[in-house]
Design a protein around this ligand. Structure first.
Ligand code: B16
Ligand code: MG
Length: 223
């Protein structure tokens, strides 16, 4: 491959919005009469809003008709939006700004590939919108990760062949989505949660373009 573009998942890679999702889902669970733990919340990472609700209702052993589920998903989102509206740029994860700037200075294109329908608002609150050449979010995709649609659309929007894009993802389903799209993927987080990732880094602190190129070159040599 020739590295020409980097596609970033948003939640868990650029910013930790999982904590706000957690509070909003927990409030909803409590209003329905059951509790929702942080361990349960791990199951929702990278998963769409409606699938997240299905998982939550399964934990509470509650079954509801579709219209009531849509109403609950909307209530949860209103709560979630009330938290993310207050976000500030100091919530950008360590090293992200430096890494994005380094990529862009080297002529490498950047995109967001996120399941979140709130991605535009989050990027705006973090003042990050101008640092991405393309934004593919939950409003633009119909197939959830591990389907590669979100990343393939990102590559298409950047006009770069998928094989020349690298993906950064914090969820196992997202790593699988990148692989399904024929793109190398760097996992962000703990190796035990991302066993399908070839490489896992804790984050972008002390991680630069030369580190990325070294990882990808070693892969090429191993082939
Ligand atoms: P929303 P990502 C995902 O974002 C989150 O990880 C996941 O927890 C959330 O349910 C999903 O977005 C949908 O978010 O309710 O804001 O549309 O990790 O793909 O950037
Ligand atoms: Mg994520």
């Amino acid at each position: 491959m020739t590295l020409q573009a980097a596609i970033f998942d948003l939640d868990g890679v650029i910013v930790d919005t999982a904590k706000y999702h957690y509070i909003a889902w927990k409030e909803l669970a409590n209003s329905l009469g059951f509790d929702f733990s942080e361990t349960d919340n791990e199951r929702l990472k990278g998963v769409s809003r409606l699938t997240s609700l299905d998982i939550l209702l399964e934990i509470g052993n509650i079954s509801l008709p579709e219209d009531q589920k849509l109403e609950l998903a909307s209530q949860k989102n209103d709560r979630y939006v009330s938290y993310i509206e207050k976000m500030t740029p100091d919530e950008i994860l360590p090293g992200v700004l430096e890494f994005l700037s380094e990529l862009r200075a080297a002529g490498i294109k950047t995109a967001i590939g996120s399941a979140s329908k709130n991605a535009p608002l989050i990027l705006e609150r973090l003042h990050l919108t101008p640092l991405f050449d393309a934004l593919i979010d939950g409003n633009l995709v119909s197939k959830a990760k591990p389907d590669p649609e979100v990343f393939l659309k990102g590559a298409e929007a950047l006009n770069i062949a998928p094989v020349n894009c690298v993906v950064f993802e914090d969820a196992a389903a997202g790593v699988e989505a990148a692989h399904n799209g024929g793109m190398p993927c760097i996992g962000i987080g703990q190796p035990q949660n991302l066993s399908n990732a070839r490489w896992v880094i804790p984050g972008f602190q002390h991680f630069g373009l030369s580190d990325l190129q070294q990882l990808l070159n070693n892969r090429a040599k191993a082939r």
